[in-house]
Design a protein around this ligand. Structure first.
Ligand code: BG6
Length: 513
């Protein structure tokens, strides 16, 4: 990758990008599930990096809540180790970590234990007194999802959810429900205690810089929006491909599958962002209103025809032999859980009528690549000899979400020389070389937004429920006809043949990112 050059101008721009227009109020973040994987891998490193950038308010404090037998000193040592292992910036600055650790405490309790909430309330009051946190709270649910309802209920019953002055917010990890019915029940349980304005439902894809950049590309440039529609766009492909398998998450994955794990949330979020109308402003409800309109406009899905499922068998990924899904730990040897989904969706509105959106996600594909690719229609007439234009590919704008974050536009160019011959070339933008700062992790952005009270990049109640409605339609149809051909793709390949046929039927092909 080319090395970027910083000029005084770019340095100024970068410096400005790092300054927050406002700082969050002092607050306590209560992490339920404080001894779990998410806290160690994502939340603590995110808090440390926010502290490193001086984005956290003075007095900011964290209470870890879990039922693991740990002293406060042991808990702090574990978190220090987690930051050392998982922070994106290295080595860890000890003074900065110490400033985080000074405001860190641990409350051991089962999540349904009424007495435990009494001790938690006392600890919160102590923090207010000693650290000036003024009753401002973030309740972060990083537990297994079956605990979400009981924690909400206990926060309400103990009075913690409303105690004293200050704001209260609740962050809920995914999976938010298992289907429409359970998501509605969870929303109801939450709303018995918190208003929708207090609820921050995480979809970490929305915290990715590159996903937000899709909005900037579309709505801060004059040149894309006029052609971002059915007149100029042939079709759109949205891919979330992973080379990893299910790692040690067999138990969870057996109940989820690719449809619930990625399609219902990350893929549909990417679709909304790629297809939405321009919001009048960047206010949370205005943006989310536009996203919901996209979900509401999705044409009823003909599952048997337009949705393909797959499951990986043994194969090779990155030069290593890997087991099939049915051989993974905690997976049934006869499992019919899908590890791959591809769907052809249509959006019934004036912008997109008749323009197919092809979405796909899978585990154990040949590489890790998430992208939104807008393929444009061909030029209506080419005034060049047929011999000049062999191998000319259509114009494609690819927004690379990860890796190689950035965007590229495929265009035709003349091959240098005395004869007229054309070839497709890429115009590229790479984050790495255009901006000399490393992008924050999605969790840094999302935690900060929550502390600032900005829910724009979080999923609203109606968004989540609409997305479950779509997933339910697919799940219901699959339930009536369990997959008979699993495993139907080898690990390290681009999914089942039926997924290729889905596009071939329309005279199109999947991209190979
Ligand atoms: C999570 C899924 O939401 O997203 C995982 O549960 C998946 O199965 C992960 O691996 C992918 O996230 P990322 O940021 O690595 O693309």
């Amino acid at each position: 990758m080319a090395q970027a050059v910083t000029t005084p101008l770019t340095q100024n721009v970068l410096r400005e990008g790092l300054i927050l227009p406002r700082t969050p109020d002092p607050a306590v973040m209560v992490i339920f599930g404080a001894s779990g994987d998410l806290t160690a891998r994502k939340l603590m490193p995110a808090l440390y990096n926010l502290a490193l950038n001086r984005y956290l308010p003075s007095g900011f404090s964290v209470i870890g809540v879990a039922d693991t037998a740990l002293s406060e000193a042991e808990y702090k040592a574990n978190m220090a180790e987690a930051v050392r292992k998982f922070s994106r910036t290295q080595p860890v600055d000890h003074a900065v970590w110490q400033s985080v650790a000074d405001g860190l405490s641990y409350v051991r309790m089962p999540f349904d234990d009424a007495d435990g909430y009494g001790r938690l309330a006392a600890e919160l009051e102590r923090m207010d007194r000693e650290r000036g946190t003024n009753g401002n709270r973030v309740f972060y649910f990083a537990t297994a999802p079956q605990f979400f309802p009981v924690i909400v209920e206990r926060l309400g019953a103990s009075g913690i959810a409303r105690a004293g002055q200050g704001w209260k917010r609740v962050v809920i990890e995914k999976p938010f429900g298992h289907d429409l019915k359970s998501a509605q029940a969870l929303n109801q349980a939450i709303h018995a205690v918190f208003t929708e304005q207090q609820v921050y439902r995480i979809d970490h894809y929305l915290g990715k810089e590159t996903v937000q950049n899709v909005l900037v590309f579309r709505f801060a440039n004059g040149i894309f929006e006029p052609i971002w529609n059915r007149r100029y766009v042939d079709h759109i492909q949205i891919t979330v491909a992973e080379d990893i398998g299910i790692e040690r998450r067999g138990k969870y994955y057996e109940t989820a599958g690719a449809l619930r794990d990625i399609f219902q949330n990350h893929l549909l979020q990417l679709l909304s962002i790629a297809a939405m109308e321009a919001p009048a402003n960047f206010d949370a409800d205005t943006v989310r209103d536009e996203k919901v309109k996209v979900l509401k406009s999705i044409h009823p899905i003909e599952v048997a025809k337009d949705v393909i499922r797959g499951q990986y068998g043994p194969g090779w990924v990155g030069g290593q032999q890997v087991p099939g899904y049915r051989q993974e730990q905690n997976v049934s040897p006869a499992s019919t859980t899908e590890t791959y989904v591809a769907a052809r969706l249509r959006i019934d509105n004036w912008r997109w009528a008749e323009t197919p959106f092809y979405l796909r996600t899978g585990k154990r594909l040949p590489s890790r690549a998430s992208e939104i690719a807008i393929q444009f229609k061909n030029a209506p007439h080419l005034p060049f000899a047929r011999t000049a234009i062999q191998d000319l590919a259509p114009n494609v704008l690819v927004m690379r979400i990860q890796p190689h974050e950035g965007a590229s536009l495929k265009i035709a160019a003349k091959i240098p020389g005395p004869v007229m011959r054309l070839r497709t070339v890429n115009m590229d933008f790479f984050y790495g070389s255009s901006f000399l700062i490393e992008s924050p992790d999605a969790y840094e952005r999302l935690v900060l937004d929550c502390l600032l009270g900005d829910p724009t990049l979080f999923a609203r109640e109606d968004e989540v429920e609409r997305a479950w409605g779509l997933a339910d339609t697919i799940e219901k149809s699959w339930g009536m006809q369990p997959a008979a051909d699993f495993p139907n793709y080898a690990a390290g390949t681009w999914g089942p043949e039926a997924a290729d046929a889905l596009l071939e039927r329309d005279g199109r092909r999947w991209r190979r990112p």
